[in-house]
Design a binder for this molecule. Sequence first.
Ligand SMILES: [Zn+2]
Length: 346
Amino acid sequence: MPLYDWKLKFKPQVPEEVMALHRSCDVVDLHIDTFMIMKLRHMDITKRGKPVTYMNLLQHAVDVPRLRQGGVNAPCWGVVVFPFHRAGFFNQAIKYLDMVHQWHQDHSGLMNLCMTGTEVQDTLAQGGIGGILGLEGAHPLLGKMENLETLVQRGIRYLTLAHFTSNEAAICATDRKPQFTGLSDFGRDVVSYCDDHNVMIDLAHVSEPSFMEAAAHTRNPVIVSHTGVRAVNDMWRNISDTQIRAVADSGGVIGVILHSNFLGPDRVASVNRWVDHVDHIVKLVGPDHAAIGSDLDGAIVPPREMQDIADMPQLTWALVQRGYTHEDIRKILGANALRVFKQVMG
Ligand SMILES: [Zn+2]
């Protein structure tokens, strides 16, 4: 029995009226790493891949047919450099961007890369898929504003200040010997530049002091593209209630991750655990600040009801069963994130 069949027994049939609700909503995913896998494996994402088993590092869970089936029309593509070797960070990011732009050129009409919130909105209104690019970690800046300028010109529309390691701008969530607290002078300049150039600040992976200073320094709503919340599962990468309030105060959104390890103690979580994290955010700061940030194709272990992005309606079904109103579900699936895109990207 292929391993992915093992998941089928956990996958409830989503009722037709819930499917209809899901299909009527715009669905934004604030963080997907598919192009990272493409860089390694060169798979063809115009074709449907196999459902994903337990780990999906070498399988991909996202491609055009499955985005369509899952109703996800605004994917945010992570632009990722391996954050442990300083040399070549900038060139790696440029090569990565070359690949993503080339793919979109070769497949124009299948998915758009959007530079403004209005472009995203127009693409979705025409029934298309409108993606945006997020740089995961300020490492490729190498401490130079001109590198940021180049990367923004090449289409970066959100900047995650740190990644698995710290950099010249900000300290990451695991750093035990931080070189500075909060943001560096360079980090503050980076945030100001992003504010002036319609680039969203993403605080996933960022240590609490850097997170809080960035949220205070920017004049825009901030996003946390892929995270869990500490009150539900106390682990290093999840965010505290103070951080959740700071995002809400800025008018921003928190993308709740689908990685089992972030959601709770089970090796493979249930989608109900995902709703627990959403629910905590909603109870703390209201329904306008929760969103989806799956981290699919980022070596995650998705909940057992989900084999790939085609199973996004499972989230809608879980929210319906938890008693969420259609209006709040619409916000969480996409409207909250689209509001921030519009406000920051213009
Ligand atoms: Zn990440």
